[in-house]
Design a protein. Structure first.
Length: 138
């Protein structure tokens, strides 16, 4: 389903939309009652949306890297993407220990929204710059 979304919409838009959707899921998890049935339901929804996010990330990375040396470029993108996720996991663990699971979910949602804002500003910055293309030597 994530691949279908990225075919219908630009991968950048799909990635941002799915990121906002994941933030919404985290908020809804935080405001729903802490029951076993809600835990199961929201974990299934969360896992589904995370799967969409991985598909959208892959589409975004493939779109951004262009043609040539695909295996190398994709692995660089993927390895760089693991670093902020690792730090966020550490931070969310601290938040959960200090303030509980609900605040941890709200913190995760806030970081998701902040990530979409950073993406939007980055796209705007790149689009407004005047780039000089230098043809390869040879």
């Amino acid at each position: 389903m994530g691949g279908t979304l990225c075919q219908r919409f630009h991968p950048r838009s799909a990635y941002a939309g799915i990121g906002l959707g994941l933030a919404a899921v985290a908020v809804l998890m935080g405001v729903c009652p802490a029951t076993v049935s809600m835990y199961i339901f929201w974990n299934l929804v969360y896992a589904f949306v995370v799967g969409l996010a991985y598909a959208a990330f892959t589409a975004l990375a493939l779109d951004a890297m262009g043609k040539g040396s695909a295996a190398t470029k994709y692995n660089v993108f993927a390895s760089l993407a693991n670093f902020p996720g690792w730090w966020l996991g550490l931070l969310l663990g601290v938040v959960a220990q200090k303030w509980g699971a609900r605040r941890m979910l709200f913190t995760e949602a806030a970081f998701g929204i902040a990530g979409v804002i950073v993406l939007a500003f980055s796209v705007h910055f790149v689009r407004t710059q005047r780039w000089t293309v230098v043809p390869p030597a040879g």
